[in-house]
Write a protein that binds this ligand. Structure first.
Ligand code: DC
Length: 226
């Protein structure tokens, strides 16, 4: 019987995907899968092993060997490398770089996509990433491309970093966001782009509640009920 639903949320870094996806999954009582965390865990494993993250052949050789898994503790997703909880360790700027570089390697993507489909199989799921609507869940019940201007995303990231006690200059944050956007949209393997049947939601002028409400409305229109 196939009566589960899936919601694919793609978009650039800092558009609010994970916050919105988490809130939506709670409201709809669905599983939430942050696929970026999986690429981050893989990137962290490469850094720890001393693999050159820009050497595609070296990275590809490890694609199937790194044991990345997820679990849910108190409703929150935890991510593991070979059973070690690395949920906090994957949020550093070095790991962002490593994830961005190593996620461009096709062998890594093939492995991660298969893993993501296995994790989600049989569940109502809200998944966020870059290629969910185009590659991971091509038959998703609802596909959303969540975006916001680079300037607004940089402002949000600066606020987050400040709240964490690790402020960084706006100009630097903006140029990092623009560099990641460029890499994510220009790589050969599954570049970031909206699926043809995705609905684009621009969150530049929306707060969290507004963005969640917009997606709840889209979910209802797609026939998804709690
Ligand atoms: O969403 P994030 O910033 O945690 O993602 C980390 C990196 O992983 C980002 O540079 C893009 C990549 N990524 C990807 O290629 N495909 C996904 N489905 C999710 C993330």
């Amino acid at each position: 019987m196939n009566d589960t639903f899936s919601i694919a949320i793609d978009g650039p870094a800092g558009a609010g995907k994970s916050t919105v996806a988490k809130a939506l999954s709670r409201a709809l009582d669905a599983m939430y899968l942050d696929t970026g965390a999986m690429y981050r865990a893989f990137g962290l494993a490469m850094l720890r092993m001393g693999v050159d993250i820009h050497d595609a052949a070296a990275v590809a050789a490890h694609a199937e060997k790194i044991d990345v898994s997820v679990d849910y503790v108190d409703g929150g997703q935890r991510i593991y490398i070979a059973g070690e909880d690395v949920t906090d360790a994957i949020r550093s700027p070095e790991v962002s770089e490593a994830a961005s570089a190593t996620s461009a390697v096709p062998e890594v993507r093939v492995h991660m996509v298969a893993l993501q489909r296995r994790i989600a199989a049989g569940h109502d799921v809200v998944m966020d990433g870059r290629d969910i609507g185009t590659a991971v869940l091509p038959n998703a019940t609802l596909k959303v491309f969540l975006t916001a201007s680079a300037e607004e995303r940089a402002r949000r990231r600066c606020k987050e970093l400040e709240e964490k006690g690790a402020p960084q200059p706006y100009e630097q944050v903006l140029s990092e966001i623009e560099a990641r956007d460029y890499r994510d949209t220009h790589r050969a393997a599954s570049p970031l782009r909206p699926a043809e049947d995705a609905v684009t939601v621009d969150t530049s002028d929306l707060d969290l509640e507004g963005a969640v409400q917009a997606l709840m409305d889209l979910a209802r229109q797609a026939g998804i009920r709690r």
